[in-house]
Design a protein around this ligand. Sequence first.
Ligand SMILES: NC(=O)c1ccc[n+]([C@@H]2O[C@H](COP(=O)([O-])OP(=O)(O)OC[C@H]3O[C@@H](n4cnc5c(N)ncnc54)[C@H](OP(=O)(O)O)[C@@H]3O)[C@@H](O)[C@H]2O)c1
Length: 300
Amino acid sequence: MKIAVTGANSSVGLNLLQHVIADDELDVIAAVRSERAAATLPVASRVEASIISYHDVTELAEAIAGVSCVVHLAGILIEGKGSTYAHSNIASTEAVVKAAQIAEAKHLVLISVVGASLDTSNAYFRSKALAEQFVEESGISATIIRTPILLGPDTAGAHALVAAAAQGRAKLLGGGRYFMRPLDVDDLSLAILKSCKCQANGVAVHELVGPDSILYRDLVSRVARMLGREITIGTIPIWSAKFLAAITSRLQRGGISPTVIDVITMNEVVHHNADAAIGITLTPLDKTLEKVMSTKKNTI
Ligand SMILES: NC(=O)c1ccc[n+]([C@@H]2O[C@H](COP(=O)([O-])OP(=O)(O)OC[C@H]3O[C@@H](n4cnc5c(N)ncnc54)[C@H](OP(=O)(O)O)[C@@H]3O)[C@@H](O)[C@H]2O)c1
């Protein structure tokens, strides 16, 4: 089976490509936006790098011609000068859906986020819900996977966690008193590939989170113990962080904004976990943290 993956150079994309390489049944078109991004992709016979633009749907359709399933990973949480939610999360999904229709792909997989909603004032959650809507209305069968914070050797969440834990005194937003359900990025990759192969009819919207619910402050303390460090956890009041972020993100036209702070500090609550429906076994948090630490310990 041949699949296409957009945003293949993302942390999820690079993890997914390793799982594709380990699976003899799969070939992949790894779609990225630049030569620079293409240079970060693994070199393997079943991985074909393709440089695409989301501005040209016809060209995009040609790039993914012949694939059975399109996995759309491109997307951002933190906006930058040239990367807004409108471009990265919404317009890219609209382009991929149109290209998949032209290329007559059989199935779409979209990675969204726990909390995505059209009825929210949070611009990030709303942008992900609008992306979901393009997929839902595409007429192509689809699997939408809403994920929480992802942990794996190269995810942004793992970098932030280890950086906080490596300090003697970590100052966390709101004292880190919010619950997380971290998902192992390997579990997400397996869920994506199951969805590509199964191609269930209609559109399924799944919330897929890790097996353990934990306060962020406890997660940081646990990682500090794994590093053999003593840690004291202090508090940055959320209101003051948002006040500062409102000014800096406006001046810099990007970066950490009040929107991002609301996302980071949201309780990740899920009532029905999709692991059984998708057909994967979740990795226990301890094991995920061990994997993260095995690549980080030498660099701290
Ligand atoms: N990491 C998490 O904890 C987490 C949690 C929930 C959901 N997700 C979702 O999972 C997906 C992968 O996340 P990730 O953390 O692995 O991503 P990442 O490493 O931050 O990479 C972001 C990807 O999006 C692409 N991108 C950025 N701006 C773009 C634009 N304007 N148009 C098209 N593509 C653009 C980047 O391409 P360039 O390199 O060319 O800029 C890159 O491939 C995203 O959709 C994200 O929203 C992630």
